[in-house]
Ligand binder design. Structure first.
Ligand SMILES: NC(=O)c1ccc[n+]([C@@H]2O[C@H](COP(=O)([O-])OP(=O)(O)OC[C@H]3O[C@@H](n4cnc5c(N)ncnc54)[C@H](OP(=O)(O)O)[C@@H]3O)[C@@H](O)[C@H]2O)c1
Length: 318
């Protein structure tokens, strides 16, 4: 693929909507692109490039990464680093890049969880792979029950003070610890920008557990990961399991998750969506986007065609 890329001059008029993230100054696209899967070293650079170009040409400015995304771990950030150096070199200030640390990344006792030792090393590694001086958003990827939360949060505040991240986020923390984190970060003049949790038609835990209500009260944004339940909330599995699908790869989406009851529910929703002139994926994304405190959804896509369908969720319906 040609590496000389001129983004569409109409990229901010292509139907993308932007929402304010909590009480911050940051606007995020209502649909963001996640690079957890389909973006590592096992996928061709041209494929990844095509996906990112399409996203950017359609107003997606926010790309979500983590130190361990790949496979292998680190390779998604390396792919983004290559694209930043070529396609997006002139557009860094139009992009909102997030990364995370907290899951297993390198061997030994320091490559995992939420110690100061681990976070400080991880952010430097991420900046190196991405080839940037700073990321826009740095998350603690999961709650570490054994490290004092003040140690984790102090390290995150210092990462901002050192200019390595502009904003901080919390991902998948339980309610009480999240409340403490929001209080701690606000008291240290680096208020949490956003909470990242799984919210979709099949998993409403952030609502039932009180996370979305807390975000609203605290003026913190909420961003949903896996809004399509890793592809279940699309037409992908309605007529069998395609060989190239995430479920067939048997990694994070396991065959036993697609029970006959669930399949029947998905078919009912699919019919309902069709009567409203939309796809199941569009209906599922619209539902998340309408929920309290939701700033954005982070979709994954293994093809440009899937991303195009998902962007349809922002179109006005007659
Ligand atoms: N904070 C965390 O702990 C955490 C955890 C998970 C994810 N995340 C973030 O959230 C992002 C999104 O997660 P996700 O990939 O699970 O999101 P998702 O949007 O729920 O699922 C994406 C998958 O669904 C299928 N798909 C997407 N659009 C489709 C369409 N229109 N028609 C048919 N199939 C479609 C594709 O699977 P196929 O491969 O089968 O084509 C695609 O890879 C990640 O990239 C990551 O940035 C964060």
């Amino acid at each position: 693929m040609n590496t000389t890329y001129q983004p569409s001059p109409r990229r901010y008029e292509s139907g993308m909507a932007y929402a304010r993230c909590g009480r911050s100054g940051v606007m995020l696209p209502r649909i963001s692109l996640g690079l957890w899967q389909n973006f590592g070293a096992t996928v061709s650079l041209d494929h990844s490039r095509g996906l990112c170009r399409y996203a950017f040409d359609h107003g997606i400015t926010h790309f979500d990464l983590a130190n361990n995304y790949g496979p292998p771990p680190g390779s998604a950030e390396e792919t983004m680093g290559r694209l930043l150096a070529t396609d997006f070199a002139a557009h860094r200030d139009e992009l909102f890049l997030s990364t995370k640390a907290g899951y297993e990344m390198w061997p030994g006792p320091y490559g995992n969880w939420g110690s100061r030792k681990s976070l400080m090393a991880s952010i430097d590694q991420s900046l190196g792979r991405l080839g940037v001086d700073y990321v826009d958003l740095f998350y603690i990827h999961r709650y570490d029950p054994l490290t004092p939360i003040e140690e984790t949060l102090r390290a995150m505040v210092d990462i901002v003070r050192q200019g390595k991240a502009l904003y901080l986020g919390i991902s998948r923390w339980p309610l009480e610890a999240t409340r403490q984190a929001f209080d701690y970060l606000a008291a240290h003049d680096t208020p949490a920008l956003i909470y990242q949790g799984r919210l979709n038609l099949l998993d409403r835990a952030p609502q039932t557990e009180g996370i979305t209500a807390l975000c609203r009260e605290a003026g913190v944004g909420f961003i949903s990961f896996s809004p399509l339940a890793q592809g279940l909330l699309t037409d992908r599995y309605l007529h069998g399991v395609p060989a190239d699908s995430r479920l067939a790869r048997s990694g994070s989406l396991r065959p036993e998750m697609l029970t006959p009851e669930l399949l029947s529910q998905l078919k009912t929703w699919n019919e309902e969506a069709a009567t409203q002139g939309q796809t199941l994926a569009e209906m599922a994304l619209r539902w998340v986007l309408q929920q309290e405190a939701v700033t954005s959804v982070i979709v994954g896509a293994s093809s440009v065609e899937q991303l195009a369908v998902n962007l349809g969720a922002l179109a006005e319906k007659p």
